[in-house]
Design a protein around this ligand. Structure first.
Ligand code: PEP
Length: 253
């Protein structure tokens, strides 16, 4: 059985006290939703201490939205994976399309970030996805394959076993346009096939999340698909009832 995950990417939203309050609200109602689904929140760096403190004693894990490619040293403005791990982070989002698009992240710059994550026991939530032009040109399968090959194929089997993949079509992020469940399933199955060809049957255990305007209303259709193991949630992760409502989207046993 693959781990089902709903992860919230708060991006650059909320002030620290608001983030702590959001975490408290999620924790307060966590027991009203499926306990088998792992919940992760990824607040801005400035909120991590407070959010980790607020979630102590709960099963909700905390992740960061980025980490440095270097271990330590004269890298003004950067935050290392070791610092995040020392605070109590367990996950780190890497390769988000906003970081690729606005901050020039590439497969090349992501590889050392992945290495830093593993060296510090952080599990990467590695994002892939095509933009609108690539989708319209029918290149989505090829683009995602390349993104996976250039980074994930460089991992050892042990490292690979710790990775969560998030498929996030860029045209669906924050746009209100969701991939249809069939579009999501097509790519998720494609990703799993690529991973299986490289790493073998262990790829059947890899959690592959969908991200892109996922909400309580469309989560059930998406999560009903065989290879969709949960969601990486942006906008809807900023309201506790919506975030928890998405968790309710998994098929009932
Ligand atoms: C994201 O950026 O990871 C995301 C999925 O955003 P949204 O849910 O707002 O589309």
């Amino acid at each position: 059985m693959r781990t089902k995950i709903v992860a919230g990417n708060w991006k650059m939203n909320t002030l620290p006290a608001e983030g702590v309050e959001l975490a408290r609200q999620i924790a307060a109602d966590r027991n009203s939703v499926n306990p088998d689904v792992k919940l992760i929140v990824c607040p801005p760096f400035t909120h991590l201490c407070g959010v980790i403190e607020a979630l102590k004693g709960t099963d909700i894990e905390v992740g960061a939205q980025n980490c440095a490619a270097e271990a330590a040293g004269a890298y003004t403005g950067e935050v290392s994976a070791a610092m995040l791990a020392a605070l109590g982070c367990r996950y780190v989002i890497l390769g988000h399309s906003e970081r690729r698009q606005y901050y020039g992240e590439t497969s090349e710059s992501l590889r050392p970030k992945m290495a830093q994550a593993f060296a510090n026991n952080l599990r990467p939530i590695f994002c892939v996805g095509e933009n609108l032009a690539e989708r319209e040109a029918g290149k989505h399968l090829e683009v995602v394959k390349r993104q996976i090959e250039e980074v994930i194929f460089t991992l050892t089997p042990e490292e690979f076993s710790k990775v969560v993949i998030a498929y996030e079509p860029v045209w669906a992020i924050g746009t209100g346009k969701t991939a249809t469940a069939d579009q999501a399933q097509e790519i998720h199955a494609h990703i799993r096939t690529i991973l299986r060809e490289k790493f073998g049957e262990v790829a059947n255990e890899t959690t592959i999340l969908y991200g892109g305007s996922c909400k309580p209303a469309n989560a059930p259709e998406l999560f009903a698909k065989e290879d969709v193991d949960g969601g990486l949630i942006g906008g809807a992760a900023l309201k506790a009832p919506d975030f928890l409502g998405i968790v309710e989207g998994f098929p009932k046993k």
